[in-house]
Design a protein around this ligand. Structure first.
Ligand code: HSE
Length: 357
């Protein structure tokens, strides 16, 4: 089967995904039998283009680099909006990479509903739809016999959801806790060397870690969205935003950080989901951890997630939780996952595909 991909939202993540597809296309076909074309891209600012036979990604990426737009691409239909791109193109996979809105989930929910109702597979990095409408969208995917995958919604391409749902299948998870936001971890780490909160926040924005509105990171909303996804997807809960206790890091002063340091402790913004009294409880709040605690040693922009389990005690994964290629890669990992399920080849490897990495 040839995958015809439409990318909805062509910001950092959509472009990172396109770069990876462009660079690795031949190798992906050789190693995994993954045969694809990107047939459409639609973005409200950068423009929209659809070419049935596939777009030349190299040209698209250089257009974006040079002009910031894609609508001067030489071929194809230029003015279709996101919904028309989802419903009227020959795309059979929709890569939804529009920005997260944790209050409404839009326009992501509308995009994903349209795709699933039109029997198109969905891969997404958009946290809003999964955090707010996971059950509805999963049901819609099931009824339409297509896949809905969203690995990048929790700590980007670092395989947190895959670990919880697939690798740890058969295990009972009592608690998941971790560092789910790179910006705040970076701020807390850098403040230990005496820099002020404002100084480090500006640095984090310059480095591209922080969300467009820093409140999403520093007030804990971004971590809350990830906690909600872990609670509802991995632990089978049915929580809403208002069920989660949330405190950000804006109340932590340089003095607090230095006081903690003198006690051999370190502040971390911890997202937590746990089984409690027959239900699921979740929270996001700063915690003062002993420096010997594993999570206290995860510094800078890194993220980490510990699964507390019945059979393996604690299993921790550490890795990047943000970034152009890191999040772009999560879309490739979803696509490969769908491909392997469709091929039913996930447990056997075609020997002709053992090729050099
Ligand atoms: N802004 C987020 C972070 C990345 O700093 O971790 C996207 O969730």
């Amino acid at each position: 089967m040839k995958y015809k991909i439409a990318i909805i939202g062509f910001g950092t993540v959509g472009q990172g995904f396109a770069e990876i597809l462009e660079e690795k296309g031949i190798w992906l076909k050789e190693k995994y039998g993954l045969d694809f074309d990107v047939v459409a891209i639609s973005d409200p600012i950068k423009g929209s283009v659809y070419a049935e036979e596939g777009l030349d990604l190299k040209k698209i990426l250089s257009l974006i680099k040079e002009t910031g737009k894609i609508d001067s691409y030489s071929e194809g239909i230029k003015d279709w909006d996101s919904i028309r791109t989802i419903t009227d193109t020959n795309a059979n996979v929709i890569a939804e990479a529009s920005p997260t809105n944790i209050e409404t989930g839009e326009p992501g929910i509308m995009h994903i509903r349209s795709a699933l109702n039109n029997k198109k597979h969905v891969i997404t990095t958009n946290k809003g739809p999964v955090a707010l409408a996971y059950r509805e969208l999963a049901k819609l995917a099931y009824e339409n016999e297509v896949f809905f995958r969203f690995e990048g919604t929790v700590i980007s391409g670092t395989p947190a959801l895959n670990l919880g749902l697939e690798t740890l299948a058969g295990i009972k998870v009592q608690e998941i806790r971790g560092i789910l936001n790179g910006t705040t971890n970076y701020i807390l780490t850098e403040m230990e060397s005496g820099k002020t909160y404002e100084e480090v926040l500006r640095e984090a924005q310059r480095l591209g870690y922080a969300e467009a509105k820093p409140d999403a990171d520093v007030e804990g909303w971004d971590a809350l969205a990830k906690v909600l996804i872990l609670a509802n997807v991995v632990m089978g809960g049915n929580l809403r935003v208002q069920d989660i206790e949330r405190t950000g890091i804006t109340g932590i002063t340089l003095q607090d950080i230095q006081q903690a340091k003198s006690e051999n402790k370190r502040y971390k913004l911890i997202g937590k989901v746990r089984k409690e009294n027959g239900g699921i409880k979740a929270s996001v709040s700063p915690e003062k951890l002993n420096t010997g605690d594993f999570l206290a040693q995860v510094n800078g922009v890194l993220n980490a997630l510990t699964f507390v389990t019945d059979e393996l005690r604690e299993v921790t994964i550490v890795g990047p939780g943000a970034g152009r290629r890191e999040t772009g890669f999560s879309l490739l990992s979803d696509l490969l996952n769908i491909h392997q399920l469709l091929e039913k080849s996930s447990s056997t490897i075609d020997p002709s595909r053992i090729v050099t990495c």
